[in-house]
Design a protein around this ligand. Structure first.
Ligand SMILES: Nc1ncnc2c1ncn2[C@@H]1O[C@H](COP(=O)(O)OP(=O)(O)OP(=O)(O)O)[C@@H](O)[C@H]1O
Ligand SMILES: [Mg+2]
Length: 350
């Protein structure tokens, strides 16, 4: 194979440094800027004459300062650090920009002299991301409203109508009037059975749309109801365990936790090939933790959860967004051959 590698001169490196589109800067152990490129000047708003000798902490708000210290501490101790990380940066105009930064030690003759950073401005991207998030959350709320309306229509109009129909059919077939021929009677009885089944299906549908059981009997009863259905309809042995002293959670929290459980259980019956499932609701001092776990085949999670949207899989994504709507976190852990676990943590007051 032809040798294609060659060494660049110092001058060439300098050229790359100066003209890179990412901002690059170097500072000493005290934070004093010792070198920076053109992109840094553009980002910070300071020219070479101005930034020379300035302290880097000047570009950081309090939150970023703490992160900065943590990054430097980890690098000096050789601890693992996720790179690039995100940090806010305040330029000369006072505006805050969101940066994606990679940081490393600046080493001269084997001695650590400071830190060097390469940063990309992702402010626009992060705005877009936030907007998208907001949009998804609004969509989740709108969907709940729509489900509520549909469930109410079913309960108020369709279900009573079917009930009336059933009563009438019953009255006709069980009446003592001998006018009905036996073939007509058996047809009507067939109809009676069909309408009764349709009513049962509609009731289940209405329950899924808007689980009245939460309002009537509370969160734990609603979880138990879902576990029973899983056992009864799909033969998966599902148990609910409550740890700690049960607390009354706000309505929205209950509904979101219910929806997360609903999706996790749907995934278990559709994908996991599990024989058992566990739902645990833990009331801690500072948070409520909901865990839905199975002993199924497990799966490999994509690197980024957002990738699921690209392949039209919205279940896990929806669970994440609901976790965020709760002001909490949701984590999916899965191990091939062992099973899957969805853990939602909601801080108090939840
Ligand atoms: N408990 C589980 N056990 C095994 N695989 C799972 C489990 N939960 C999710 N998966 C895998 O993760 C993928 C993504 O799940 P997700 O809920 O996001 O989408 P989906 O269930 O395929 O579709 P939907 O958008 O209807 O929910 C599934 O297709 C499945 O391969
Ligand atoms: Mg799903």
């Amino acid at each position: 194979m032809m040798e294609t590698r060659f060494k660049l001169s110092e001058e060439d490196y300098r050229y790359l440094f100066e003209n890179a589109s990412d901002a690059i800067w170097v500072h000493d152990m005290e934070g004093k800027l010792v070198d920076a490129n053109k992109a840094f000047e553009k980002l910070s708003g300071y020219t070479l004459d101005e930034w020379a000798g300035m302290n880097c902490t000047q570009f950081l708000c309090d939150e970023s300062l703490a992160l900065n210290r943590e990054v430097q501490r980890k690098l000096l101790n050789g601890e693992e650090l996720e790179q690039p990380y995100e940090q806010r940066f305040v330029g000369k105009d006072g505006a805050t920009r969101m940066m994606k930064i990679a940081t490393s030690l600046a080493i001269v003759n084997g001695e650590v002299k400071g830190f060097q950073h390469i940063a990309r401005d992702v402010t626009e991207e992060s705005y877009l991301h936030e907007n998208m998030r907001f949009y998804i959350q609004q969509a989740i709320r709108a969907q709940e409203e729509e489900r509520k309306r549909l469930a109410r229509d079913l309960h108020d109009d369709v279900i009573p109508f079917l009930l009336l129909l059933i009563q009438r059919l019953d009255a006709i077939t069980s009446g003592t009037k001998p006018r009905l021929s036996s073939s007509l009677k058996s047809k009507l009885e067939g109809l009676y059975t069909q309408v009764t089944e349709a009513l049962e299906n509609l009731r289940r549908y209405a329950q899924d749309l808007r689980p009245g059981i939460i309002d009537d009997l509370g969160m734990v009863a609603a979880l138990e109801w879902m576990a029973e259905n899983l056992a009864k309809d799909y033969g998966i042995d599902a148990k609910v365990e409550v740890i700690g002293v049960e607390r009354d959670l706000p309505d929205e929290v209950q509904l979101l936790l219910f929806r997360i459980t609903q999706e996790a259980l749907t995934n278990i019956r559709r994908h996991a090939e599990a024989s058992r499932a566990w739902i645990t609701l833990e009331f801690g001092d500072d948070k409520t933790v909901l865990t839905v776990k199975d002993n199924g085949k497990g799966f490999k999670l994509p690197q980024r959860i957002g990738d699921l949207a690209g392949i039209a899989k919205l279940g896990i994504l929806g669970m994440y967004e609901r976790g965020r709507l709760l002001g909490g976190t949701l984590e999916v852990k899965s191990e091939l051959g062992k099973g899957t676990e969805v853990v939602t943590k909601v801080p108090l007051p939840g």
